[in-house]
Design a protein around this ligand. Structure first.
Ligand SMILES: C[S@@+](CC[C@H](N)C(=O)[O-])C[C@H]1O[C@@H](n2cnc3c(N)ncnc32)[C@H](O)[C@@H]1O
Length: 383
């Protein structure tokens, strides 16, 4: 599919007016321009008719098991507070919220009546979809533009941070440059310009081996996000599910090309200058940096694991066994079993997706079912 010509014209005008723009600015416009960005259009994005799948669209068990974890967290907090807030960032089609609310309503009616469910969503078209899906049945849901101050509850997201615009770096002969986007002879071209101090500081903190040729991404917006969340949260948990690694693996010397990818109609490519406004762009998350920023605003790391182990701790094996028992006679049960397996098997989504849990005002020894089995040692995120 061709690029959106209106969006290309807008980006091009910005470059003509002020010179080359950092790649992160190009990505922000391509994904989030309020009228023409990928996430602003009404186009189907997630699921079979879209560009990619996310865990909530693979099987409803994901929402149910995550809800179990959220309820357990609410129980830890609720000894001292009457109202409990769940804040979901980047709720997409609203499927995850729907599954969570259904579970809480059916299994934990007392909590349900004390619950305020806040969605913070950048995309106007997703906001409209979420309202349509959720409001008729769940009036406790409301939409905010940013984290409310001094809130007590659980902040969570699935595949939020990988969708934030990233800065792209090129390192060669010890020199760190940032990739900028320019317009030349009717097409976008990349230029290398000196990296900003914020990016140089990041490279220094990661300890990148800068004597070799190396490309990578830096997600400064994810750090700002964690800072804002940690500052606004008075007591509670932050649960972040996304693909990524601890810094030492993400920025490993052998990963010389970074992790930036584009998704279009369930195919993957590395070219952000095609299908502009029609394809998603992502990169893997640096979980070490998230932990460090979190610690500065009072968020203690409580655990880090992968989706396989997280879902196992929350009981996916029992749910799968239930379907396996019916599989011989029921093709439906086989479909459910295979979808659950896709969520948790290490070779599909289980190992790629990681789960970071941080807490503020929470005892360090708190027992959370999702952290029963840990894929990483406690210190894997400490530099
Ligand atoms: C890859 S989708 C994931 C959707 C959903 N969580 C799921 O798992 O299906 C990323 C979501 O994050 C939203 N998003 C991106 N940047 C955001 C921001 N700064 N604040 C809130 N939502 C944002 C997008 O609009 C979209 O809903």
């Amino acid at each position: 599919m061709a690029s959106n010509p209106n969006l290309v014209a807008i980006i091009c005008d910005e470059i003509k007016g002020g010179g080359p723009i950092p790649f992160a600015r190009f990505m922000a416009l391509a994904l989030y321009h309020p009228e023409h960005g990928y996430y602003s259009s009404g186009k189907e994005k997630i699921g079979p008719g879209g560009d990619y799948y996310t865990s909530p669209t693979v099987h409803p068990i994901f929402a149910k098991l995550l809800a179990r974890q959220l309820v357990q967290m609410a129980e830890v907090i609720s000894t001292t507070h009457d109202e409990i807030v769940f804040i979901e960032f980047g709720a997409g089609s609203g499927l995850l919220a729907q599954g969570i609310l259904r579970f809480v309503e059916e299994q934990h009616p007392i909590l349900f009546h004390r619950l305020r469910y806040i969605i913070i969503e950048e995309s106007p078209s997703f906001r409209a979809r979420q309202r349509e899906r959720l409001l008729p049945r769940y009036p406790c849901v409301c939409w905010e533009n940013k984290m409310p101050d001094a809130c007590v509850g659980v902040v969570f997201s699935n595949e939020l941070l990988d969708a934030f615009p990233v800065h792209r770096l090129h390192i060669e002969n010890g020199v760190v440059s940032e990739i900028y986007v320019d317009w030349e002879q009717d097409r976008f071209v990349e230029r290398l310009l000196p990296a900003s101090t914020a990016l140089l500081d990041y490279v220094k903190r990661v300890g990148l081996l800068i004597d070799q040729q190396y490309d990578c991404e830096v997600n400064l917006q994810a750090l700002d996000w964690m800072h804002e969340v940690g500052q606004a949260l008075c007591q509670g948990f932050v649960l972040t599910i996304d693909y990524g690694y601890p810094a030492e693996l993400l920025y490993h010397p052998t990963r010389k090309k970074g992790t930036f990818l584009c998704y279009h109609q369930h195919t993957v490519n590395e070219n952000p200058y095609q299908h502009i406004g029609e394809q998603d762009m992502t990169s893997h998350v640096d979980f070490t940096a998230l932990v460090e920023i979190g610690q500065r605003v009072g968020l203690a790391p409580l655990g880090f694991t992968d989706q396989t182990h997280f879902l196992m701790g929350l009981g996916i094996a029992e749910e799968m066994q239930g379907e396996a028992d019916k599989m011989e006679t029921s093709p439906e049960a086989k479909k459910h079993f295979l979808a659950m397996k896709r969520l948790m098997a290490p070779e599909t989504m289980g190992k790629t997706f990681k789960v970071l849990i941080q807490g503020k005002g929470i005892p360090a020894e708190v027992a959370l079912d999702g952290l029963t089995f840990r894929a990483f040692s406690k210190d894997s995120l400490i530099r």
